[in-house]
Design a protein around this ligand. Structure first.
Ligand code: ATP
Ligand code: MG
Ligand code: MG
Ligand code: MG
Length: 493
């Protein structure tokens, strides 16, 4: 079998359609109707009202019992934020597709587990010896999910491939509030078998951030709502909500060690190479990529996907909330492109867009429809950053030198703040640059510098507007999120 990305996706959709699931198109990646969420971070987001039992009886969702789709997701802010991994690892993107099947008060654990096992091992033909499953071990007064454990046994998973997991890995939550429940996941061992076809047991590598044993599919058994006061309210019905990383599945089926070695990304790399004249992508990571060029390829390809899909759905770059996440992603990408590909900034990303549209426009027609808008907005935003990028880099060099002369490994918070305030350098970008130079940044110092700046501009209404403790990654990101109920964690936005 030749598992092209397109065939992998179609096979998933067909499998569940044949089993009574209705295809529901991906919802917008910019969840305009849900103020608790920065971006759509999982396939279940659009079904929140069904889970909560508050769905409008007139809507198509009112009678929906089983659904399937491939959802556009962005995880670049909020509870699920993978921005810092991008470029560095082989399996986290800021934009990705999540394949999912759902049961709304219809089937529950048994069928969900049987479907996922049959689809992976029989339809896709994945070697069961490489698969590991997890179940919720119980905590915070919640029972362990022994039912899931038994069900995995009954489909034939050997006991040493069934592992208990904690709250963090095996109790899935949409955000600081919202539907949630225990989950049971499938993990895949990418390592080679020995000459007799035997694999080493991978139990200790599951959920251990090991790039060779990766999570591919999560089956969530939605039974609760996390309330604004952090308590768990049981829901009127029990539901199944699953999410499988499309790019990870493609990489498994194409026998690759990295999502970036599949036909999801190679057309983008080709285009980037054509535009920049850079050396070809070699698929190396960390110190096996000493010139940083492979890393830059991954960052740029990831970011052009995030930017294009966000903009197509109305998430334009600006100074607040979602818009600031988009801006940060663009600035980060632009700086990578200029430093590692030595390319002019101003119309770089827009040149990659046609290749993305060609590849994804059939599944997601919105990017084809909005292609011109996407390119214009990218160009405008890139051009405005190009002006301060040079001077900002020079200032960064100066600050880095100053720290070195002092014999310090820390970039002072005041300097980080000035780069943000005067040159438009998002703090996460400055952090990356500091990391390249072996310099640390102290978040608390940056917050203090921000505080000082606010003090200094007292009377200026705008500057005083958001005096909350916020994650320095997200400086500027909170201002239009004022309708988000303030739980402890909401300040992370
Ligand atoms: P991980 O532990 O690898 O970060 P996760 O537990 O955060 O994944 P879930 O919230 O369970 O992920 O999402 C369901 C599935 O979506 C995962 O099993 C994975 O296959 C995929 N996925 C999650 N985050 C990403 C990402 N940043 N890029 C690509 N695929 C992802
Ligand atoms: Mg994660
Ligand atoms: Mg996980
Ligand atoms: Mg998971």
């Amino acid at each position: 079998h030749d598992w092209s990305a397109r065939r992998v996706r179609d096979t998933f959709l067909d499998y569940f359609k044949e089993r009574g699931h209705t295809f529901v198109p991906s919802s917008s990646v910019v969840p305009l109707s849900d103020p608790t969420l920065l971006f759509t971070n999982a396939g279940m987001n659009q079904y929140k009202a069904i889970f909560l039992g508050t769905v409008d009886p007139a809507s198509d969702f009112a009678s929906l019992k089983r659904a399937v789709n491939s959802q556009k997701c962005i995880r670049a802010g909020g509870k699920h934020n993978d921005l810092d991994d991008v470029g560095k690892d082989s399996y986290h993107h800021t934009f990705f597709e999540m394949l999912g099947n759902w049961s709304f008060g219809d089937y529950f654990k048994k069928e969900a587990i049987e479907f996922s096992w049959e689809l992976l091992t029989k339809v896709y033909g994945i070697d069961p010896k490489r698969l590991y499953v997890t179940y919720f071990e119980g905590s915070d007064g919640l029972e362990p999910d022994l039912e899931a454990k038994e069900l995995w046994k009954s489909v034939g998973v050997p006991e040493d491939h069934i592992l208990p997991g904690n709250m963090k890995d095996n109790f899935w939550e949409m955000g600081d509030q919202g539907p949630c429940g225990p989950c049971s996941e499938l993990h895949y061992d990418l390592r080679e078998a020995d000459k007799d076809g035997n694999y080493r047991n991978a139990s200790s590598l599951v959920n251990a951030d090991d790039p060779e044993v990766i999570e591919i599919w999560n089956n969530v058994f939605i039974q609760y709502n996390r309330e604004p006061d952090r308590s768990l309210r049981p829901l009127p019905n029990k539901h199944v909500d699953t999410g499988m990383g499309f790019e990870r599945l493609v990489s498994v089926l194409q026998h690759k060690k990295s999502n970036y070695d599949t036909d999801v990304f190679t057309p983008l790399f080709k285009k980037i190479q054509e535009i920049t004249g850079a050396r070809e992508y070699r698929g190396k990571f960390g110190h096996e990529d000493p010139d940083g060029i492979d890393t830059a390829y991954r960052v740029v390809a990831d970011h052009v996907r995030t930017l294009s899909f966000a903009i197509a759905d109305g998430g334009v770059p600006n100074n607040v909330g979602r818009g600031y996440v988009v801006r940060r992603v663009l600035r980060r990408g632009a700086r990578y492109a200029r430093k590692y590909f030595e390319t002019e900034i101003g119309d770089f990303f827009s040149k990659i867009v046609p290749s993305l549209v060609e590849q994804m426009g059939d599944m997601f027609p919105e990017i084809r429809k909005k292609e011109t808008d996407i390119k214009e907005i990218l160009d405008e935003e890139e051009k405005s950053f190009a002006k301060s990028l040079d001077r900002g880099e020079q200032m960064f060099e100066k600050y880095a030198q100053k720290a070195k002369v002092k014999g310090s490994n820390d970039l002072p918070g005041d300097d980080v703040w000035r780069l943000y305030d005067t040159y438009g350098f998002p703090v996460d970008l400055t952090k990356l640059m500091a990391e390249e130079r072996g310099l640390n940044i102290n978040d608390k110092e940056v917050e203090e510098a921000q505080e000082k700046a606010r003090e200094a501009s007292k009377g200026d209404k705008k500057a005083g507007a958001v005096l909350v403790k916020l994650d320095v990654h997200d400086l500027g990101a909170l201002e239009n999120m004022n309708n988000v109920p303030k739980t402890d964690d909401s300040t992370k936005y």
